[in-house]
Write a protein of this length. Structure first.
Lengths: 147, 77, 147, 77
């Protein structure tokens, strides 16, 4: 049994740069922080068999994804001395060049936030039930698979 | 006994639907068999099953009002 | 002999969050990018023997620092398949809670930008002739030393 | 023969100046000796020397118009 409802991580459409800037700005009031490590996933305009990816449309099994993310968050906080960590993932359509994942870890010293951010990104990609449908310029599509 | 089956990602291209309600299925092996008959392309698709949001590794008994999700390989991020 | 003048990395005062947001936004036009890794160094309000750090004042041997940064940049680009990398470091006074270092690496796939960003941060701290003077709330100071 | 000496970081707390011009010094060992006489607290300070922006590991001959920087431990970032 979870003690509280898992935190939401999903946003409709892309994560916009000004939101990231605002998010960074808010952390200036926490003067115990010495380092921030941020990862941003951006949709690539890949060419696959002559077709260009113009967007990725993300879907999820939301309840399961949020519970899983809560588990990941708890194990990351147990492992690293973090001040805070924020995760945002897009749902719906995100165009090439736009951002679909924003992971933001902060700590007093740099090693913890850098390691925590990287490990969280890897676990998000491997463990969260999220699917990306690559939309081509000829209106066909293909389902992405994480390496 | 009522069971809800959820399909995600590329599996919805095969099923043409996001969910289906089924009745009186003993376990996940029996469910897989039934779904593969109903949607033959599922049999050659990669997926794992989650019963009430927990991924299972071996056949699992189904209970009334449980939810079984068919999860193809993840591709978030 | 260097072929061209090294790129400037220094900014007077703190790196502001809106500049970081703008910098991220500019990368949306490069649709070959799949991941960004960002490190931000923030001034901590440490308490040292009862005195509170209210700011760090940074100085440098600028010519040498820029040449060294150019060498680091070249070796990082040789080692990792990056799309681009940007580095900004403050000079002068940066108050507690403000940002003094901004390293921003981008690549097609996440592993390269994450590793490049971390290695660049470590090399900046170890190799660039930059000094931070911690200013206390009683107007005394102490010189910082990197671990 | 003119040599420019630059002081950085905590060393400027000792010297009270950022640079000094000196003449006719053969090498960096002779320069260190002279500076330690002039600013005794330098002798017990941690620093490395850079001649024309290159850090040196052993005594190095000085040439006309060269610049020698005394660099205490770095603390950027």
């Amino acid at each position: 049994m979870k003690e509280h409802k898992p935190k939401n991580i999903f946003v409709q459409g892309p994560v916009v740069a000004s939101f990231i800037g605002d998010s960074i700005h808010k952390h200036s009031s926490n003067t115990a922080i010495g380092g921030h490590s941020i990862f941003l996933g951006q949709v690539r305009e890949d060419i696959i068999e002559g077709k260009k990816v113009i967007a990725i449309e993300y879907s999820t099994f939301e309840e399961m994804a949020l519970e899983k993310m809560q588990t990941i968050r708890e194990s990351i906080f147990e492992k690293y001395p973090l001040t805070c960590m924020h995760v945002y993932h897009s749902l719906g359509k995100v165009a090439a060049g736009e951002i679909s994942l924003f992971v933001f870890a902060s700590s007093a010293h740099r090693k913890a936030c850098i390691a925590a951010c990287e490990e969280t990104v890897e676990r998000i990609k491997a463990e969260l039930p999220i699917w990306g449908k690559e939309i081509f310029d000829n209106e066909t599509h293909q389902w992405k698979e994480n390496k | 006994m009522q069971i809800t089956i959820l399909f995600f990602g590329q599996l919805t291209d095969i099923t043409g639907m996001a969910s289906i309600q089924l009745e009186d299925i003993t376990d996940t092996d029996a469910l897989a068999l039934l779904l593969h008959q109903k949607f033959p392309a599922l049999a050659s698709s990669k997926y794992v099953m989650a019963v009430d949001k927990k991924v299972i590794n071996s056949s699992t008994l189904l209970t009334n009002n449980c939810t079984v999700a068919l999860l193809p390989p993840f591709s978030g991020g």
